[in-house]
Design a protein around this ligand. Sequence first.
Ligand code: MLT
Length: 242
Amino acid sequence: MPIIFIHGFPFDRQSWRPQLEYFKDKTRTITYDIRGYGASVSGDENLSIRLFADDLIALMDLLQIEKAIVCGLSMGGYIALNAVSRYEERFEKLILCGTQCHSDTDEGKEKRYKTIKLIRNGGFSDWAAGMVKNLFSPMSHERNLDSIGEIQNSVNSASQKVVVKTLEALAERDETCFYLPMIKIPVLIIAGKEDTVIPVSRSEYMHEMIKHSEFHFIEEAGHLVNLEKPEEFNRLVEKFIN
Ligand code: MLT
């Protein structure tokens, strides 16, 4: 069964490199750039999580993949949940990492619009440096300097226009919590115990709401759990997909 990895905001498919390396000889493994990121282009259209989920289905159609296992981290998880809530029959299993079903609170939205203003006023590099700091656990800041450097490069090279439009998409996204009790496929939920971007309680909530779900947290990892503890992460995913 093919496995498709969906990256978070504002990264690109390279952020799944340890997973691509590990799984590529075991099963058909697909990482791709979300519209506007990495090598993928976008035009003047508004962006939305729903549109990104439609893109995922279009990609599966193009690759003639009728059914896949889908694994989304953070925004990638929002996209996976949106797609599963509308096209569950296209998915065999779902893996949710450092993500949530909730939409933004008023306070969260306000923060996104403040960031948009900051970026429009020339503050992109300050924002990029600050946000990368928050993505990793203190332990990763000591030991995972290569991963941190790679993520910093991908954030720095993201298009400012696309970042602004994605911040709007994130602020205006619909919640998907309503669908959790209806999910029939098996779900694996993984979170870094020290995630300060999306608290572990959001993962625990999804675990309570999804009947066929298992939940694991990974010690000494923050938001980018797949890069911070790749061996543990890959083992959990491998066990689940087999
Ligand atoms: C992500 O890593 O994709 C973002 O932190 C998601 C978000 O800001 O809600």
